[in-house]
Design a protein around this ligand. Sequence first.
Ligand code: FES
Length: 101
Amino acid sequence: MSGFVKVARCDEIPPGTVRMFEVNGKEIAVYNVDGAYYATTNICPHQGGPLAEGTLEGRTIVCPWHAWAFDVVSGSSPVNPRAKIETYPVRLEGKDIFIDA
Ligand code: FES
């Protein structure tokens, strides 16, 4: 199943923070990077760590388990070209955030 699903209001994810939501049965991490919202899988490709519990530094999320890092906009890793996380489209309608996952 796919299609945009409302996950949160904008004020529930302040700038510089990340939260996890379940969308269509998938764990999705939703990030606020200076007022712009991005979505990726919540599951780190290394050993399955929960990215939404990691540290968001600018547009880079650092996994809480072993510190692998990913660009939340592109999904790519700044250090390992073979490590990539899936990204998902985000749409804003008024103060509501919708994710297509
Ligand atoms: S599980 Fe994410 S870095 Fe190891």
